[in-house]
Design a protein around this ligand. Structure first.
Ligand SMILES: [Zn+2]
Length: 466
């Protein structure tokens, strides 16, 4: 049964979120102190051609089962777990939009991101920037000023819509301005829906930092339309992997030059000139030695659809991403450390349950177990928990989003060690009460035996390390 959130429960959720972020607040560092390391751009980023990863299921035909044609221009969900519900269910759901609690600013804390500069540099850091946007920094290689940075599904526009005058507006703010995002090396996007793909955000980040941009198959024309050059616009199919090699500035003191020490200018690989100055507001590219590192990016399946208008459904792909740290080194007496692995689930369903169907008989999407088998386990999984459709008092387990009872199943299927929630707390896009997903996640994690805190909720702008 659908349950609207009571005032008592709201307070419980609030306390739970607040407690976790308070323990991680920093006191001695200021944003200005961190500015240099945060703005430091990579000297060079080289992206390999895609390599199709070996399938766990070797019985694959020449045409992948998620392709609708041989030219790879139309796609489908190839599982029994995906069924379109009758349109009438969506139509009825429209009339049940929830209201946003007046005290939403207390219920979902928003803190200015510190990007984890005070956290263990040998761990993966993840900062929640609203909805499905996370900035992930891989461990800092020995001798470097920072680790490789990837931003997933960045959307900083006010409205989740093709137009900025109409459409759902944010009920929580972004925790920082777009120009406060630190230097990033890659933008990685799960699919082209407006709550995951925002043209103005991508364009801004590209102009500022020249990151490589990765999207699913079918999105190359879109990326080129944003003036992202072919060299930096990459589209991938499910199970294709890419090696991203990065030359990061060394933390060793810069070699002395005859230049003005306050202002240094040089071109990055795209030809864009970046500068460092004492203001700390601009990207920094100093004259220090470089440190080489790399990570592997694999595009993996998910159960969803993709389109930006009424006539392009199925013409571009959707999915999830796996990031694997490749660089390993002897950190201390412990010897070689295990490379970190991160799973970004994007936007996905887990099964389709229509009114009157038995949930125990509904087939589940096999992709997550396949991902778990291929990659072994993940140090961090970023998993959606919200935006299920509801229909007249009954939760409709929909075919393209997950209910928290399914989020916890994905956690187990992919063998996540830890997870953070996403895809909630930003816009009213469906009919569920806005504070219900974190409440249900806590209940469902307990029910399925996930230890408290292993699949957690964080505040907006908060950074956690893993
Ligand atoms: Zn979507």
């Amino acid at each position: 049964m659908r349950r609207w959130l009571t005032g008592r429960t709201s307070v419980q959720v609030h306390t739970w979120i607040k407690k976790s972020y308070q323990t991680r607040s920093i006191s001695s560092l200021t944003l200005k102190d961190m500015s240099s390391a945060l703005r430091t751009m990579a000297y060079d980023v080289v992206v390999s051609n895609p390599i199709r990863a070996p399938r766990v299921d070797p019985g694959q035909s020449a045409r992948p089962d998620h392709h609708l044609d041989d030219a790879a221009t139309r796609f489908k969900n190839p599982w029994a777990s995906f069924q379109f519900p009758p349109a009438v269910q969506f139509a009825k759901a429209i009339f049940h939009s929830p209201s946003v609690p007046k005290n939403i600013a207390e219920l979902i804390p928003v803190i200015k991101p510190t990007w984890g500069v005070d956290l263990n540099p040998n761990e993966v850091k993840a900062t929640w920037l609203g909805h499905a946007c996370y900035l992930v920094e891989l461990p800092t290689p020995k001798g470097a000023t920072r680790g490789p940075r990837i931003i997933f599904d960045p959307v900083f526009s006010e409205r989740c819509s093709p137009f900025q005058r109409v459409g759902p507006a944010r009920y929580t703010p972004t925790p920082c301005k777009l120009d406060e995002i630190p230097a990033i090396d890659a933008i990685v996007i799960s699919h082209n829906h407006y709550d995951h793909t925002d043209s103005s955000t991508i364009s801004f980040l590209y102009k500022r930092y020249s990151p490589h941009v990765f999207m699913p198959l079918g999105n190359k024309p879109y990326l080129l339309s944003l003036q992202i050059p072919e060299s930096h616009a990459h589209v991938r199919d499910w199970w294709e992997e890419t090696l991203v090699s990065i030359s990061l500035p060394s933390s060793a003191p810069a070699k002395s030059t005859n230049q003005d020490p306050d202002v240094t200018k040089e071109s990055n690989p795209s030809g864009m000139t970046s500068s460092s100055s004492s203001s700390g507001d601009e990207p920094v590219n100093s004259k220090a030695e470089s440190v080489q590192t790399s990570f592997k990016l694999t595009f993996t399946p998910g159960q969803h659809v993709a389109n930006r208008g009424p006539f392009d459904r199925w013409k571009s792909l959707w999915g999830s991403w796996v990031v694997e740290q490749v660089h390993t080194e002897d950190k201390s007496e412990g010897g070689l450390i295990q490379p970190k692995k991160v799973y970004f689930a994007g936007d996905t369903g887990y099964r389709s349950l229509l009114e009157g169907q038995d949930i125990d008989l509904a087939p589940t999407c096999p992709a997550f177990k396949e991902i778990g088998e291929k990659f072994g386990s993940f140090d961090l999984a970023l998993i959606p928990i919200g935006y299920v459709q509801l229909w007249i008092g009954v939760t409709l387990i929909d075919h393209m989003h997950v209910h928290p009872s399914e989020s916890v199943r994905i956690f187990q299927d992919v063998n996540a060690k830890k997870a953070l929630a996403m895809h909630w707390g930003t816009w009213v896009l469906t009919t569920e009460p806005v504070m219900e997903p974190p409440e249900l996640l806590k209940e469902e994690a307990k029910k399925i035996g996930i230890p408290e805190g292993d699949f957690d909720i964080c505040g907006l702008g908060e950074t956690r390390s893993f």
